[in-house]
Design a protein around this ligand. Structure first.
Ligand SMILES: [Zn+2]
Ligand SMILES: [Zn+2]
Length: 651
């Protein structure tokens, strides 16, 4: 009998094999097949590929004792079509590596039960839970909204508990894996056992253990990053997407997809409920709640009823004397009060390194990356200049064009290391630490630092965006936003939305255990609209205005955008290919194709990047038609085409 087998490689269709002695093969059965001169794991697929060519068919070698569910096959098909990624590549993410099938792992499942701490839901939390329960156990999307510190986690923990009691599996998606340590602690206190954690950096062995025990249904609960969406759940009953608005759910490299949206698709296919949790929803989610596509429940009060932090604006235009000093005198006065009370202060700046620009005082050279079209950031702790796109590093000794000696670089703009050194000079006796990805390469260091912060051993913290993600620091009552600048984010149509989210999250970090907390915004643009919105804390109003703008400007969620990124070693070749692709796409009705244009960051890793942007009415499912067209285009081997459906990043 002929059977279709999908191979986890770049194919968008299954290959045909003979079933041989194996009967009872059905979609999802995992098999070993000869492929070229090798053997390959494949999966029996649901539809045969029609072909006129007459191949000599090969026979299946082995049937594995485990198999995927029919729903998983459906999900792969949908994922592939929606994101315009070959089916085989999606399957690859589910299959993991060879050892998953060869070695068996005995896993001490849900190990020792520890002492649980009793949590009691307050009135509001009880109401939210009963709302969620009333939406039923079949597919539905619910937005669980609540200000930071209102106790949303406990609400969904209760919902998870209900599922575990029914022996169902639960997946909790988190945007940032740094989050998981504090999260785990709360989790353990609540459930009395450790959840299984899944992200790209866990060991190969752990990967195998978790994969196999998800497959056999022994692991009931997974807390994970994006990639946990590709685990072979046996009996999934609930998905929770925490911080649903977070843009790190969007995978921007390799296979591009939005994990939040794909989690909703997976819940739909499994016919189970999905909870989206946030303090301010993304615009798409807000819009779906308004149009009643999603259910909605809200926690209005902050836990223990502490009010939100007070705010203060420091106008940098007025008080700045020295051009390269980033901490204002007025700020210092405010900050000192908190330090005197032995409370922590955070200086927030979303720029890694010491200075974002270096310019030679003598010849005017502005140090740029040789592989990418961006400037190098100076990193003081390694005494090198670094490219944040490709990781290129260089010593700052450069032969100067104007004189016989080396270039004499002046550093411009603030980075976390610069703020750190300013603070060190002002407060030599205080303990100051940087929380930035450059300084937290090892897990242990991170844990130690977090621990020190929690125990109030750190007085002043300097942090990048990392800090805004769900940490809970009991003594942190004052935050200084070093450079509140909303103008130049550039390549991201959602920069306003992102800023509102970011500062909202940031303000959630302060004063969770105090009535007297403060956020100071240092800015050159004190009358900026976004800043006003943030200060007024009128998120609803902001979302309404933004929705109006998006509609007006024909932007998502009111249209569908699909980006085509053509990268090539040769500038002209990439451009010509882009024109060719545009010509084919233009055959489609009811769409616009914009471009080709060069990317804002034209060169990355020595490849020139040209972009097309397709805009279509989102009432039609345009991907189906695009897939058909892409199959007919003969794309040059010299270029690489990446398709990005619902792009967030336009760089
Ligand atoms: Zn570079
Ligand atoms: Zn020079």
């Amino acid at each position: 009998m002929k059977v279709p087998v999908l191979i986890p490689r770049i194919f968008d269709h299954p290959h045909t094999y003979l079933s041989g002695k194996f009967d009872k093969l059905k979609p999802g059965s995992i098999v070993l097949v000869p492929f070229g001169s090798k053997k390959e794991i494949g999966v029996i697929w649901d539809k045969q590929e029609e072909t006129n060519k007459n191949f000599k068919l090969k026979t299946i070698l082995e049937k594995k004792p485990i198999s995927f569910s029919k729903n998983l096959v459906k999900f792969v098909n949908w994922f592939s079509l929606y994101n315009l990624v070959p089916k085989g590549m999606v399957l690859k993410m589910f299959l993991g590596d060879e050892s998953f099938f060869s070695k068996n792992s005995n896993f001490p499942v849900e190990n020792k039960i520890k002492k649980k701490i009793k949590f009691n839901l307050n009135q509001e939390q009880k109401k939210c839970l009963s709302d969620i329960n009333s939406f039923g156990d079949k597919f539905n999307v619910t937005l669980l909204q609540g200000v930071t510190g209102s106790g949303k986690t406990i609400v969904y923990f209760e919902k998870i508990k209900q599922n575990l009691k029914k022996n169902k599996q639960v997946l909790v998606l988190l945007p940032e894996i740094f989050l998981t340590n504090q999260f785990n602690q709360r989790f353990e206190e609540y459930f009395g056992f450790k959840p299984a954690i899944w992200h790209s950096k866990i060991t190969k062995k752990n990967r195998r253990i978790i994969w196999q025990n998800i497959m056999n249904g022994k692991i009931k609960l997974i807390v994970g990053a994006r990639s946990s969406l590709f685990l072979p759940f046996k009996n999934l009953g609930l998905i929770v997407v925490d911080e649903e608005h977070d843009s790190s759910y969007k995978q921007d490299e390799g296979i591009r997809y939005n994990a939040r949206d794909m989690a909703i698709s997976r819940a739909f296919i499994e016919n189970i409920p999905i909870l989206l949790s946030t303090s301010i929803p993304s615009l798409e989610t807000y819009n779906n709640v308004k149009s009643k596509k999603y259910n909605f429940t809200k926690l209005e009060k902050r836990y223990k009823n502490f009010s939100l932090p007070n705010t203060e604006i420091v106008n940098l235009n007025l008080e700045k004397k020295n051009k390269n000093i980033w901490i204002d005198i007025k700020t210092l006065d405010l900050v000192k009060k908190y330090l005197e009370k032995k409370e922590q202060v955070l200086f927030f700046l979303n720029r890694r390194g010491y200075a974002p620009f270096m310019i030679c005082k003598k010849c005017g050279l502005k140090l740029a990356c040789p592989n990418c079209s961006i400037f190098l950031t100076f990193h003081k702790h390694i005494n090198q200049a670094m490219c944040h796109h490709c990781g290129y590093k260089t010593k700052t000794k450069q032969k100067c064009k104007k004189t016989e000696s080396n270039c004499d670089f002046q550093m411009y703009g603030p980075g976390v290391e610069k703020v750190f050194s300013e603070l060190k000079q002002i407060f030599p006796e205080k303990r100051i630490s940087i929380l930035s990805s450059d300084f937290l390469s090892k897990k242990k260091e991170t844990l130690n630092l977090l621990n020190d912060i929690e125990k109030n051993k750190i007085n002043i913290l300097v942090g990048t965006q990392l800090i805004s993600k769900g940490f809970n620091f009991p003594n942190l009552n004052c935050i200084v936003v070093v450079d509140a600048d909303f103008s130049g984010m550039g390549f991201d149509l959602r920069s306003t939305e992102k800023n509102i989210q970011l500062y909202n999250q940031l303000s959630g970090r302060a004063g969770r255990f105090s009535k007297d907390s403060l956020i100071i915004y240092q800015t050159f643009n004190p009358s900026d609209e976004t800043l006003k919105n943030i200060l007024q804390n009128q998120q609803e109003k902001f979302l309404e205005e933004e929705i109006y703008l998006r509609k007006e400007k024909k932007l998502p969620p009111f249209v569908r955008l699909i980006a085509f990124i053509i990268s090539s070693k040769n500038e002209r070749e990439g451009f010509l290919e882009a024109q060719k692709i545009k010509k084919s796409l233009s055959l489609l009705k009811n769409i616009d194709v914009m471009g080709p244009v060069t990317s804002p960051i034209f060169k990355i890793k020595n490849k020139y990047r040209t972009r097309l942007l397709l805009r279509s009415d989102n009432s039609i499912f345009i991907q189906k038609k695009i897939r058909r067209i892409l199959k007919t285009i003969n794309i040059s081997k010299k270029i690489k085409l990446t398709v990005d459906v619902d792009p967030l990043n336009f760089s």
